[in-house]
Design a protein around this ligand. Structure first.
Ligand SMILES: NC(=O)C1=CN([C@@H]2O[C@H](COP(=O)(O)OP(=O)(O)OC[C@H]3O[C@@H](n4cnc5c(N)ncnc54)[C@H](OP(=O)(O)O)[C@@H]3O)[C@@H](O)[C@H]2O)C=CC1
Ligand SMILES: CC(C)CCC[C@@H](C)[C@H]1CC=C2C3=C(CC[C@@]21C)[C@@]1(C)CC[C@H](O)C(C)(C)[C@@H]1CC3
Length: 433
């Protein structure tokens, strides 16, 4: 096959609007975010745990490398790749037709079989239990965190270079709309190919849900075991953080088909942003509360714990119910659970919900997700900012994501989207935003 760069010269995507600050963002983000990961891990274990401390607690170069970390990381990815291709657990049969414009070529709309990610989580739990019974020092993950993060960052760069290079040999209809501007830096960052595959192995779908999300759980468990080593038993705060985040990851894997309709899978190319996000950013920054608690234990009253559990429960309820309502409506609008909801028609033939969860705000799922994010930080008390990093980052990410989604929906649904916005004026927080 001939490289597709010539075809692109005549294609339309050179004119697409650039996101994330364009070429400048594409230069700065791949430098600053890996440093941020190492910085945040350093802060979480430093005695002051202050994000404003100077000099910043960045690791020295010899702290970055440990061959064991590389072996563990590669072994972990290989294990999950194996579980992904093995005929394990429940199978989903779905017709994969990304709702993109222009419509995908037939090659992309094939029928896929995919084993459930939830079984990947269960197998990982069984293996971890076995390791614990055999006396494996899982608490050592605390010491290995920096070299593990460094390896994950290096692997993200190498993997993104591979993805960028191979994208020149795929047919041009397999390329993402936004990742083919002709600017190599920007295209490397956003990703040129939409759904890169090796045979039936979908690299983006695999990375989005398996090694990073489940790896995050393993790291959390490692932090809990470190606490046990140091203090004899896990604290209530650590148990809450571990359970809340486990619920979130288990839910994502149980409902893994839902990820197929997210903009990451349907619209964005698979480039450095998502690779790094999936393999390094999620596992090493989403669980910072647990590594913070190892060095900064927090006392939590039963009333405080009950309030935080209630907040997480409310957040989860809103997140799950609203996501399920939309997913059910998109799968089968005649289903009894959604058939009575009020909707408006759009020129594409698809309808938009204007009652139920999606009639309260335009992103009720984001609201639930943000309430959960707050509940993950509260067990760490109010003495430090670091445990609230996730809430702040996530608010910015979701506000930016909402704006991107809004642009895409306006382009897709035109006037119908405007009347939805008039009917449901608030985006995420009722009567606020
Ligand atoms: N933890 C994390 O780091 C992250 C978590 N998330 C979570 O992932 C989940 C999915 O988020 P995301 O993919 O961003 O977006 P949404 O699940 O909110 O999906 C947006 C899409 O839903 C459809 N839609 C919007 N409004 C309506 C309506 N009224 N009726 C019917 N369909 C509608 C549109 O697509 P169409 O019409 O084409 O179906 C729109 O493009 C969220 O819960 C979010 O919180 C997201 C990002 C990061
Ligand atoms: C590196 C940058 C700062 C930004 C990278 C963004 C990514 C970390 C996120 C983009 C969309 C994501 C989703 C989830 C995790 C984070 C990333 C990859 C998700 C898998 C989390 C669990 C949820 O239940 C979900 C709905 C399945 C999420 C889908 C989107």
């Amino acid at each position: 096959m001939r490289p597709n760069s010539q075809a692109l010269k005549h294609g339309s995507s050179h004119d697409t609007e650039r996101e994330f600050g364009g070429a400048l963002g594409a230069l700065c983000i791949p430098v600053s975010l890996p440093l941020t990961v190492l910085f945040l891990i350093g802060v979480s274990r430093s005695p002051e745990a202050s994000v404003f401390q100077w000099p910043p607690p960045l690791p020295s170069t010899d702290q970055l490398w440990d061959p064991l970390a590389l072996v563990l990381l590669l072994g972990w990815i290989a294990l999950h790749a194996l579980l992904y291709v093995m005929p394990l657990g429940k199978f989903h049969l779905f017709r994969r037709v990304p709702p993109v414009h222009p419509p995908p070529a037939p090659a992309l709309s094939c029928v896929c079989f995919c084993p459930s990610g939830f079984h990947g989580l269960c197998v990982s739990c069984v293996l971890l239990l076995l390791l614990l019974v055999l006396g494996a020092p899982l608490g050592s993950l605390f010491e290995l965190l920096v070299p593990l993060a460094a390896c994950a960052i290096a692997a993200s760069f190498l993997f993104s270079v591979y993805l960028y290079t191979r994208s020149f040999w795929v047919p041009s209809h397999a390329l993402a709309l936004g990742g083919n501007t002709g600017n190599p830096l920007y295209d490397f960052f956003i990703g040129r190919e939409l759904n890169p595959r090796i045979g039936n192995f979908d690299l983006k779908y695999f990375c989005e849900l398996r090694p990073g999300l489940i790896g995050w759980m393993v790291i959390n468990l490692g932090m809990l075991m470190k606490e046990v080593e140091l203090r004899g038993s896990p604290s209530l705060a650590m148990m809450l953080v571990n359970s809340f985040q486990l619920l979130y990851v288990a839910d994502a894997l149980w409902n893994e088909e839902a990820v197929l309709t997210t903009m990451d899978i349907v619209h964005d190319g698979f480039g450095f942003m998502l690779v790094f996000g999936d393999l390094a950013w999620v596992p090493f920054t989403y669980g910072l509360q647990a590594s913070f608690l190892v060095v900064h234990p927090q006392a939590l009253s039963p009333l405080g714990a009950a309030t935080i559990i209630a907040l997480n429960g409310i957040g989860y309820y809103i997140f799950r119910k609203s996501n399920s309502q939309k997913n059910q409506f998109r799968r089968d609008p005649t289903h009894s659970s959604v058939a009575r909801l009020e909707t408006i028609a759009t020129a594409t033939g698809k309808r938009l919900l204007v009652s139920g969860w999606w009639g309260i705000v335009r992103h009720p799922n984001y609201l639930g997700d943000l309430l959960m994010a707050l509940a993950w930080s509260l067990p760490c008390g109010f003495s430090h900012l670091l445990p609230y990093f996730y809430v702040v980052y996530f608010t910015v990410l979701l506000i930016h994501r909402e704006a991107r989604d809004e642009r895409q929906c306006r382009a897709k649904y035109g006037l119908a989207w405007d009347s939805y916005c008039r009917r449901v004026p608030y985006r995420i927080f009722p009567y606020v935003y």
